[in-house]
Design a protein around this ligand. Structure first.
Ligand code: HEM
Length: 183
């Protein structure tokens, strides 16, 4: 048996379950976003002019923390980084808080607005939103698994980051450049 065969055989199977569950999460969110009637439900949050502004700033907070998470991941994999005890907690907590900030935003998106495909920006945003939670689920389910290919976490982590930045560009960036940078 050649070296490549061993690697391929060993490393693919444990990845199928996390990827399968991640795909199910993305499809379920997409279906819910299409099937349920948007409620237009909105809560006024103190300090913000409305739900869109609140969501634009929460998403900006999540995107900035995601940048901290990627930079700390790169540092962790660098030679020097292996000695810094604070890097791993920084990586973990910036990721956790970034994810938590997206929850009230996505709840409003899905429950109040649903998945809308009436403009390219909103369609890309809606699809990215479902993909974000799907690939995030796949990454979290892959973390404790042994025998996965070395590229699994960097690739899944990279996809989570790219999806979140895409969500920011198709929502907060649009909001700030169309309606102004305001609370
Ligand atoms: C889970 C699937 C998601 C769906 C189906 C979805 C759908 C939508 C829709 C239809 C809008 C209104 C767009 C408009 O008319 O301007 C919207 C707005 C917004 N969404 Fe989402 N979204 C999702 C997830 C997310 C996530 C995960 C974030 C942030 C991490 C996010 C951030 C925002 C923000 C900031 C706005 C307000 C600015 C805007 O109107 O574009 N969305 N979303």
């Amino acid at each position: 048996m050649t070296h490549t065969t061993v690697l391929t055989k060993r490393s693919v199977v444990p990845l199928l379950v996390p990827l399968g569950v991640g795909a199910l999460v993305a499809v379920a969110l997409g279906l819910y976003g299409r099937v349920h009637a948007p409620t237009g439900f909105a809560v006024g949050v103190a300090g913000f002019s409305g739900p869109l502004a609140m969501k634009a700033w929460l998403t900006t907070g999540a995107a900035l923390l995601a940048i901290v998470q990627v930079l700390s991941a790169m540092a962790m994999w660098s030679k020097a980084g292996t000695r810094s005890a604070w890097l791993a907690p920084l990586h973990r907590w910036s990721g956790r808080i970034a994810f938590l900030l997206t929850i009230p935003v996505a709840f409003h998106c899905l429950y109040a607005l649903g998945a809308q495909y009436d403009s390219p920006r909103v369609m890309i945003h809606s699809l990215l939103g479902c993909f974000f939670y799907g690939v995030f689920t796949a990454k979290m389910l892959s973390l404790p698994r042994r025998g996965l290919p070395g590229w699994t976490l960097p690739v899944l982590g990279g996809l989570v980051f790219t999806a979140l930045i895409g969500l920011w560009l198709t929502s907060s960036f649009w909001f700030f450049t169309t309606l102004g940078v305001r609370l």
